[in-house]
Design a protein around this ligand. Structure first.
Ligand code: 5GP
Length: 144
């Protein structure tokens, strides 16, 4: 059984073009963009163009596409940010802390223990939009 999907969530609006994002990469099945409240510089989200709330709702075809995009993004993060450590986080259900109910994979250029600390304290801090735009452009260029 799949989870009920409410298409008024913020990532559905981004996918429909109703809200802006700092796009890093896009293909017919996925979109990668900068997290607006990054827990580390270069924090990217990868989402499927499919109405899945969480991992258990994601068809394998889209899971595969998300992984393929994540691999491209990781490679670009390593190149642009000159770091090897990329932590992949993906939260299922509000009970585990999921806040946006459209499947998304976090790719964060940071040590896992720093993310755990940071997320609890600073999740409401928005990044400078110019810096996000610049990072998105650099990552995008590194992928292409
Ligand atoms: P979750 O806690 O659901 O795993 O993560 C949701 C993520 O979405 C958070 O890291 C948060 O910063 C990010 N986020 C929330 N609203 C927006 C938005 O409007 N645009 C972007 N780019 N990211 C958002």
């Amino acid at each position: 059984m799949t989870t009920h999907y409410d298409d008024s969530n913020i990532f559905a609006k981004i996918l429909r073009g109703e809200l802006p994002c700092h796009r890093v990469y896009e293909d017919d099945q996925t979109l990668a963009f900068m997290d607006i409240m990054p827990v580390a510089v270069g924090h990217v989200l990868v989402i499927p163009k499919y109405p899945a709330v969480e991992l258990s709702d994601l068809p394998l075809q889209y899971a595969q596409a998300v992984i393929a995009t994540a691999q491209k993004v990781m490679k670009a993060q390593r190149q642009v940010l000159q770091t090897q450590g990329i932590t992949q986080v993906q939260i299922n259900h509000p009970e585990a802390g999921q806040s946006v109910l459209h499947y998304h994979m976090h790719l964060v250029p940071a040590h896992f223990s720093d993310i755990a600390k940071h997320e609890a304290k600073h999740e409401s801090v928005s990044a400078n939009p110019d810096e996000l735009a610049q990072l998105a452009a650099q990552l995008s260029e590194a992928i292409n």
